[in-house]
Design a protein around this ligand. Sequence first.
Ligand SMILES: *Cc1c(COP(=O)(O)O)cnc(C)c1O
Length: 331
Amino acid sequence: MTSSNSADSLSLPTYDDVIAASQRIEGIAHRTPVLTSRTADERTGARLFFKAENLQRGGAFKFRGAYNAIARLPQDAKIRGVVAFSSGNHAQAIAYAGQLQNVPSVIIMPKDAPAMKVAATKGYGGEVVLYDRYTEDREEIGRRLSAERGLTLIPPYDHEDVIVGQGTATKELIEEVGPLDLLLVCVGGGGLLAGSALAARALSPECRIVGVEPEAGNDAQQSFRSGTIVRIPVPVTIADGAQTTYIGQKTFPIIRALASDMVTVTDAMLVDTMRFFAERMKIVVEPTGCLAAAAALHGIVPCEGKRVGIIISGGNVDPKAYAGFLSDAMA
Ligand SMILES: *Cc1c(COP(=O)(O)O)cnc(C)c1O
């Protein structure tokens, strides 16, 4: 660590922090496989390397950041426990990572969250507190619980230890397949992209790093291009993991400094990609998990002749909804 940097850059995490996170999660998070597909390569004229985080513990990359953030807490904070608010993969990841480290977790979820997700979170040992999303403010409930019970709030993306934990997926990918010409990563609040960018810039300096968002919610693209964080209304898209309305204050400076571009794909492209993964690669990928691959398979980002890394971010999709997506795509 040097102390000569400006206050700003001092607070930003570095690739060294990604390395430290990878040591913390080693042997606990899965080192997920890198998949390839001759059909995908023929369709794009590229060499595509898919990092399969749908096969991560808890079904998404979120386990990496959650485990790292909890592991970094001082002992007294671990004893008191952690709190998270989310109806999605972050909540399950916090409950699961907490259970593995004997750290109690409280997860604040909307009353109308899918019963399956509530059950999964409880199954991982999380204490679920339900709230009414129309009349109550989950952040306020989170603050009250932290004050009353001394719980540490772990946000889903805007946190250094979460960001560098997410970066370990790209570290593993490039270590396994070698330098890349292009890396495609989905963007919600930007934790995965920021961490991925830290790893890719260090391990494959020439690599173009491109974020992929749903077309209906291109706040990160607007922010990236304008240089200030742009807020939008909740976007209507099947990519529920990327329904964020603004990018994080901690993720944005990293993305702005290290990423090359930000593109969008349509829901129809996500459905097509989900079907491709099912039919050709025999894997279940949730809509949000298809964002990066859709940009390659639908020619949104030119890939021809390139070595392309693609993060498949997660595979948690309700079986009925999934069946519906597949049958619609076949119509
Ligand atoms: C959380 C999540 C995202 C978005 O990640 P950010 O770090 O918020 O950008 C994408 N895909 C899946 C499956 C997720 O769970």
